[in-house]
Design a binder for this molecule. Structure first.
Ligand code: NAD
Length: 426
């Protein structure tokens, strides 16, 4: 069997891992993350510069959510964040866990607190292993606005007015007036902040160009007329800065020679038909949430999708938060608690760890231009993370993958992690 020894990283070397924020969550993904940090990272790195925040429901409750504010502040300061999946408690979970209130999604607070531009979600591929899509699929999901930030209420009969008060003091006007004739209505107000769509466009088209895939923009603008602005900005940036480069790479041939808009319902169908991959999609927040879950299913498992939030700090540097695209995998956690075997696919989590460690190292070099030792550490982080990826992929290639991939003969959560640890030491 091939081994994957890190070139210039040795066991017990205690390389100072560059500062990053580590957000810990709960259930199965917390358990598995603890195992791989202990077995894969700590034998090579001194992680004392990591700032750790526990965003389990219990910890949020005990600190009256101060821990979330502290985590967001630390993320904005440091700029590189690894996040385990967390629980946004349902009404039932509030009761079961004895929480003082139903805490909101920490993800929403982070997207707002780090001026989130996009959540990039891409398929993970292992050479020689067939998954759902043959070539890469990239996704850019607008990180803010839409249904997630909605204000709403349940009301009876009457009239609903939505009034806009301009900041410059000019005359207010009514955006919408509607008469409610039912006795029972839910009314909802939300907005899409569009200032950062230009930045999203640049990130998306550049990523598609680097990966050599064809970009598409997805909205429901035929019916939801207010979404026209999203498409218009994407098209404007594309025509001005990217069209030529995509033409030269021959990447517009599959879409009729120009940037193509897809209605979201058509996109859901194409995601199932276009299993050759080789394309990218950019969409609004909620559409992006749904479409990326569909990509995860076509691509065999949510464990084979990355999820990176890209935002901006006050000084204009990119804040990057890396997480898996899936949740806390409660069903496997309950099996684990019941003493049953589990098989968690950690690839999405580990790609997040790799991304966060690499971004942390790059920022540390940028912030300390005089300090050559930071460059040495960055090289070691690159070596180590590439070796780690190879060790995981080899484990899958040799038929020792997790059960979502390898079927019932696949490894358990614990055996997969030990096998990769063993391979790292060879
Ligand atoms: P989930 O993504 O945890 O699981 C959905 C299904 O996919 C389950 O059957 C699970 O076993 C399977 N699955 C997911 N990832 C897997 C992996 N890596 N390996 C093997 N199988 C995998 O979603 P859920 O069950 O709907 O939610 C569980 C909890 O996660 C909820 O409390 C929810 O609030 C939370 N959640 C958190 C985030 C986040 O923090 N980003 C995102 C989604 C859900």
């Amino acid at each position: 069997e091939a081994s994957s020894k890190p070139e210039s990283v040795v066991l017990g070397e205690n390389i100072p891992a560059p500062p990053m924020v580590y957000i810990s969550g709960e259930e199965m993904t917390h358990y598995a993350s603890q195992l791989f940090v202990e077995q894969w990272i700590k034998p090579y790195f001194d992680t004392s510069a990591w700032e750790v925040f526990d965003l389990s429901c219990k910890s949020r409750d005990e600190t009256d959510d101060k821990v979330l504010h502290d985590a967001v502040a630390a993320g904005a300061r440091i700029g590189a964040i690894f996040k385990e999946p967390t629980i946004t408690p349902s009404a039932l979970q509030v009761k079961e866990m004895g929480l003082s209130k139903a805490f909101g999604s920490p993800n929403g607070a982070m997207r707002r607190g780090w001026n989130g531009i996009t959540i990039s979600r891409d398929t993970i591929h292992i050479k020689g292993v067939e998954l759902g899509y043959k070539n890469q699929v990239l996704f850019e999901r607008h990180a803010v606005g839409g249904e997630y930030g909605a204000g709403w209420d349940q009301v009876g009969e009457g009239t609903l007015l939505t009034t806009y008060l301009p900041k410059d003091g000019s005359a207010p006007f009514v955006v919408d007036k509607r008469d409610l004739t039912d006795e029972n209505n839910v009314v909802v107000v939300y907005h899409n902040p569009y200032d950062n769509v230009r930045e999203l466009a640049h990130l998306f088209f550049q990523r598609c160009l680097d990966a050599k895939v064809t970009p598409y923009v997805v909205t429901k603008k035929t019916v939801f007329k207010w979404q026209e602005g999203f498409w218009a900005t994407m098209k404007e940036v594309f025509d001005a800065d990217y069209k030529k480069a995509f033409e030269m790479e021959g990447l517009l041939e599959r879409c009729g020679g120009d940037l193509t808009h897809l209605i979201s319902d058509a996109a859901t169908m194409q995601l199932i038909r276009w299993t050759d991959g080789g394309f990218g999609m950019a969409a609004h927040n909620y559409d992006g949430d749904m479409l990326t879950d569909q990509i995860a299913q076509v691509h065999r498992s949510p464990g084979f999708i990355t999820s990176n939030l890209v935002g901006k700090s006050e000084d204009g540097n990119l804040i990057k938060e890396f997480e898996a695209s899936h949740g806390t995998v409660s069903d496997l956690w309950h099996d684990h608690l019941a003493g049953k075997e589990t098989s968690l696919n950690p690839l999405g989590l580990v790609e997040a760890m790799i991304g966060a460690m690499q971004h942390a190292a790059a920022l540390d070099v940028e912030r300390n231009p005089e300090d050559v030792s930071k460059v040495v550490v960055q090289k070691k982080v690159m070596n180590f993370t590439l070796t780690l990826r190879e060790a995981m992929h080899n484990t899958f290639r040799y038929g020792q993958g997790t059960r979502d991939m390898s079927g019932p003969s696949g490894f358990t959560t614990e055996d997969f992690i030990s096998k990769v640890a063993w391979r790292l030491q060879r």
